[in-house]
Design a binder for this molecule. Structure first.
Ligand code: ACO
Length: 462
């Protein structure tokens, strides 16, 4: 059945807009002909009501807490599959057969080294450079070493995908080694994707890294739950940059740059900072909750732009925390604080009435911490996980015959026409810059701090 909506304007104009219905029944007003028919455009700052594309990759339902990749529930994928399988699924639409998985793993393995000359780039960065600054730069630099044909064939495309999925991981580990001043460890054909990463991170010429299969499984699950989340900030950055037909390595670097911000990929670090602060303050969490309720701070890892119930990824991460942190010698008092905070928040009307539930970040940082991943690498791990998702969207877009360059419109609110005034004759004019006020929210209440927090806007959902 097809639907349409009638738009009646008070200037006596009326226009009919078709309603597009997605495969899960989501409805969208198709405004493609709106400007041509009425002269109007839509104004939707931060795109809260705008579907920017049709996509067959990921389905999420915020009210019901559903997340599916290509139709498969995230819970099943996180429990039963491996990251490499999920990467294949996102990219090509179906779970791989054993032969396809073998071929995919083999091309990932053969593509996992970066050009040896690129290793010298790491030397030029300052020792304390943030690993995300290295990652974004090095991924863009891959474009110089791995030229992309103007119209990549299917084979070229498969090679590009393998390069990026594999090399982002290698660069991430090399960046960490640079950060701690140790020699890089090369990927090994003997190890699987996650084991390889952990080995590149934690083994050295003087120590052998012992793999713990529970940690391996937890990192697999971490990467899987972060692998795609439809049109979030970084994926939108990838689609917008990719729509200009820019070099794919530069396109993925744009995604990494967008992810870097604490409103996006940086939120799991904020949760650990919050838990640490509570732990050191001696507060049982109640004071922090009160500070969050009186808007002095936010309960990090709670709330989501799309999910208005439990983020399904948070439930997966919490279960894994129980599994990992319940092992002898692995307990972490921060996990107890997190669970107490969750329990108190979910019996408090402030949080319930606003549909504020734990999001993926509430527990994921604890998993990374348990695996020994340093704080500054948290967002890098997110980037490794999200790379297949970005590539799947890039691939979907390039195979969409109707794809055009992304070019949003704006509503101009600056000065009207005025004439140029020669420099010597200009009076002191007030600068006509429009400023929007934004609420600055301290990430951590001052009560908890030895020094005042400069404050920042809270991270947003991704
Ligand atoms: N703690 C306390 N109050 C909150 C929180 C929170 N974490 N989140 C929202 N609120 C309150 C707001 O103050 C507002 O209250 P009001 O109605 O009295 O004004 C109400 O809930 C709605 O908040 P909005 O900011 O409008 O909700 P929105 O959906 O736009 O924001 C966001 C979602 C940004 C994620 C928010 O919940 C938040 O800041 N959470 C903490 C940061 C965080 O965990 N980010 C990670 C998100 S998931 C991810 O990155 C993978």
């Amino acid at each position: 059945m097809s639907y349409s909506a009638n738009l009646r304007l008070d200037v006596g104009q009326e226009t009919e807009l078709p309603v597009f219905i997605g495969s899960e029944g989501e409805r969208a007003l198709d405004i493609d002909k709106l400007r041509a028919g009425t002269g109007l455009v839509t104004l939707d700052e931060s795109f809260g009501n705008t579907a920017s594309c049709r996509s067959a990759i990921t389905y999420l339902h915020g009210e019901k807490g559903i997340l599916r990749y290509r139709g498969y529930p995230i819970e099943e994928l996180a429990e039963k599959s491996r990251f490499v399988e999920v990467a294949y699924l996102l990219m090509y639409g179906d779970l791989p057969t054993s032969g396809q998985l073998e071929d995919f793993s083999s091309i990932l393995n053969s593509s996992s080294l970066i050009h040896e000359d690129m290793r010298h780039f790491f030397l030029a960065f300052p020792n304390n450079a943030h690993p995300m600054s290295l990652l974004t730069t090095m991924v863009a630099s891959l474009s110089a070493f791995y030229p992309v044909p103007e119209n990549p064939s299917d084979e070229d495309e498969a090679q590009i995908i393998a390069n990026l999925v594999s090399q982002v991981r290698t660069i991430a580990a090399f960046s960490y080694k640079k950060f701690i001043g140790e020699p890089v460890v090369y990927p090994s054909y003997k190890l699987r994707f996650v084991e390889n990463f952990l080995n590149m991170m934690f083994s050295s010429p003087v120590s052998n890294y012992q793999q713990d299969q529970d940690i391996v499984k937890a990192i697999e699950a971490f990467l899987i739950v972060h692998a795609d989340h439809e049109q979030n900030c970084s994926t939108s950055a990838v689609r917008i940059a990719g729509s200009s037909l820019a070099n794919v390595y530069a396109v993925i670097s744009a995604g990494i740059s967008a992810l870097w911000g604490r409103r996006h990929g940086g939120a799991n670090q904020e949760v650990i900072a919050m838990l640490k602060t509570i732990q050191h303050s001696g507060d049982d969490g109640r004071l922090f909750l009160e500070a969050a309720k009186s808007k002095k701070t936010r309960l990090m890892g709670f709330g989501h732009r799309i999910y208005k119930t439990f983020d399904p990824r948070a439930l997966i991460m919490k279960k894994l925390c129980h599994r990992i942190l319940g092992k002898p010698g692995m307990s972490d008092p921060m996990f107890d604080i997190a669970m107490r905070l969750e329990e108190a928040a979910l019996s408090d009307d402030y949080f319930l009435s606003r549909n504020l539930y734990p999001n993926v970040d509430f527990y994921s940082g604890l998993i990374l911490k348990a695996a020994g991943i340093p704080f500054d690498m948290f967002t890098v791990l997110f980037a490794i996980g999200r790379t297949p998702g970005w590539l799947a969207h890039w691939r979907e877009m390039r195979h969409d015959a109707g794809n055009r360059i992304a070019r949003p419109r704006q509503i101009y609110i600056g000065p009207g026409l005025r004439s140029y005034i020669p420099v010597g004759t200009r009076e002191k004019h007030s600068v006509g810059v429009m400023r929007r006020t934004s609420t600055k929210i301290s990430r951590i209440p001052e009560k908890y701090l030895d020094h005042p927090d400069p404050g920042d806007e809270a991270p947003e959902s991704v």
